[in-house]
Design a protein around this ligand. Sequence first.
Ligand code: HEC
Length: 318
Amino acid sequence: MLFNRSITTQFTIVFVVALLLVVGSFYLVLDSVYRNELKSQAETVADNVDAFGSWVSQYGRVWVRDDNKSYLGQVTLVSAPDAAGGPAAADVWHFYSKNPALAQREFSEVVEKSASPAKFRVTSHNFMNPVNKPDAFEAKALERIRAQHLAEYYEMSPDSFRFARTLYVKASCLPCHASAENAPADVKTRYGTERGFGFKEGEVAGIISVRLPVRSFWKVTTDVVGPLQIALLVSAFVVAVLFIQFTVVRPIKRVTSAAERISVGQQADLGAAGLKRTSRNEIHQLVLATERLRASLAMAMQRLTKKQNPPTPPNPPA
Ligand code: HEC
């Protein structure tokens, strides 16, 4: 059925099918490039969160002034009386300490409110601060990571890319996370003794969880494909159709009508005069072969007519 259609129709169908295949392969290539790109972005965010934690841990804790909302320990400094022994202008400073995880949480809260599209938090199956309770993805990631001993876990949903990097318990974590009894007093005072303890070295302590927005393929496509791109695609189609018309369809039509005229004994010019026998163009070869067919047909006809009306014999010698 399809093969009974004109070459132009068949070509149009082939063009559309080929186009769909090309678009499909582009989709697959772009999709995997995009996923890899998202993953490496998420890894970079996790690296930065980790580096920030390391910055805090190289001092054990960092101390800030006058922030009594979120802290672990507290000290108050009072200025010494002046040398003369007179009453000092009572200068009093309150300092509050932040451990790495607490500083990372505050960092994540600042980023959450910022314009940055990449968000993150540090969470655990056995969280010390209820604010750090894992969400559905994080709970699932923690479960998979702990059951299958994974170093990372990620998922792509229609609107976001979620990534989890495993944090392991090191010896340096044990003073606060091993047992509630031996934990620093300020930890117990602020976080209680119920959660965030009982960890052993080498175990999964929690995850750095990163969330990136995802743009759907159709969103990206409508962003990059505009009138100009469509015009170029249509031009490609028109160029290809014109080529098929001028190099295949029209020459074949010409040969066909010439062959029809020859078949009923009429004169026909195949246009073979200008063509080279050595041409590699298949249509030229078809025209030349048809021309040879026409010539031998004409010769055979001539011989046939000669036999039917034999020439008058030459006059007998006198
Ligand atoms: C100085 C005590 C201390 C040390 C040492 C410590 N942590 Fe914590 N950790 C805390 C406190 C306090 C929190 C809760 C912070 C908050 O309020 O968000 C916490 C929170 C966490 C969290 C987030 C989930 C939760 O429990 O709320 C993870 C994960 C974590 N710590 C892992 C570690 C790892 C891994 C180490 C060692 C590299 C470590 N901690 C060392 C005190 C400590």
